[in-house]
Design a protein around this ligand. Structure first.
Ligand SMILES: [Zn+2]
Length: 265
C-alpha cells in the first residue's frame, strides 16, 4: 500500500495538515522530553546512609531504578555491617542514564565500566542493567553496590597522604568476595605477581581474578573476621609494613597453588 495513502486513511487528513500535525507533535514531544530531563536531572533522594542522585535519567528509568537502588543499598549496608566492612560515612550514589554523563563524571574513557567508586561516592551507569531480566537486574545492582561499598570502606581505612593504598588484588578480591560475584578460574600467574602488586587505581584484569581467589583462600584458611581485623589494624601501621604483610600473604597463596598455576616468568 502507498505509505501516504495508508497514513491518510488512518489519520484522515490532507498532506499540508499532515506536515503541520507532524511539526506540532514533534515540538510537543521535544518540549515534553526536555521538561522530563530537567525534572529528573535535579532529582535526589535521601535515605539512611545514602543520597541518590539521578543524571540524564528518563522518568521511566527513574521509576524502575530508584526503588531497586535504594532497597539494594540498604541490603548491602546491612550485610556489610554484619562483617564490619561497611563504609562509615554517608554515601552519594549517582545514577547516570547515558554513557556520556557517566564518563564525564568519572573521567573514564572506556565503555567497559558500569560503576565507579571514589571517597564517599558511587557512580552507576543504568544502561548496562536495562538489558537484563528483572531478577538478574536486581541481583546485579545489589552486587555492584556491595562491590563498590567495599572499595569505599577500604578507601576510608587508608586516607593518609602519600600512602599508595592496599594492593589492587586485595581491593578487587575483597570487593568480589563480599559481593558474591562469580570466581574466574585461575589463569597462569607470573612468579613476580606479589612483588609487583599494583595500587588499586591501576588495577589490571588479573588483579580481579587472582585477587578474588587469594581472598577466598584467606577466608578459608584464616577467616573473614581475621582479614577484617588485619585491614583495620593497618589503618594505624606504616605503609611499608602493610605492603610487606600483603606481599607475604600473596606469596603464601602462590606457593600453596604452585601445581594449579603456571608461572610464566
Ligand atoms: Zn572494583
Amino acid at each position: 500500500m502507498d505509505p501516504y495513502r495508508s497514513y491518510q486513511a488512518r489519520f484522515g487528513c490532507r498532506p499540508r495538515s499532515t506536515v503541520a500535525l507532524f511539526i506540532v507533535l514533534s515540538w510537543a514531544l521535544f518540549a515534553n522530553s526536555a521538561c522530563h530531563k530537567q525534572r529528573t536531572r535535579s532529582f535526589s533522594h535521601s535515605g539512611p546512609g545514602v543520597t541518590l542522585q539521578l543524571q540524564s535519567v528518563s522518568d521511566s528509568e527513574s521509576l524502575l531504578f530508584v526503588p531497586i537502588v535504594l532497597v539494594s543499598f540498604q541490603q548491602s549496608l546491612d550485610s556489610l555491617n554484619k562483617d564490619s566492612f561497611a563504609p562509615r560515612g554517608k554515601t552519594l550514589v549517582v545514577l547516570h542514564g547515558d554513557a556520556r554523563s557517566f564518563m564525564q563524571s568519572t573521567n573514564t574513557q572506556t565503555l567497559n565500566i558500569r560503576s565507579y567508586a571514589r571517597p564517599g561516592r558511587i557512580d552507576i551507569l543504568s544502561t548496562y542493567f536495562m538489558g537484563l531480566e528483572s531478577r538478574e537486574r536486581s541481583r546485579e545492582i545489589l552486587a555492584t553496590l556491595t562491590h563498590e561499598m567495599v572499595h569505599l570502606y577500604m578507601m576510608e581505612k587508608r586516607e593518609e597522604p602519600g600512602f599508595v593504598g592496599f594492593p589492587a588484588w586485595l581491593h578487587e578480591g575483597l570487593a568480589r568476595t563480599m559481593a558474591k560475584q562469580p570466581i574466574v578460574p585461575l589463569s597462569p600467574i607470573r612468579k613476580t605477581f606479589c612483588q609487583e602488586a599494583t595500587p588499586w587505581k591501576r588495577a589490571r584484569t588479573i588483579d580481579y581474578s587472582v585477587g578474588h581467589q587469594i581472598v577466598e583462600w584467606i577466608v578459608q584458611r584464616y577467616s573473614l573476621a581475621s582479614l577484617q581485623r588485619q585491614i583495620q589494624k593497618q589503618a594505624f601501621e606504616k605503609p611499608e609494613n602493610a605492603r610487606v604483610f600483603w606481599q607475604h600473604l600473596c606469596q603464601e597463596f602462590l606457593d600453596a597453588h604452585k601445581t594449579s598455576s603456571t608461572p610464566t616468568s
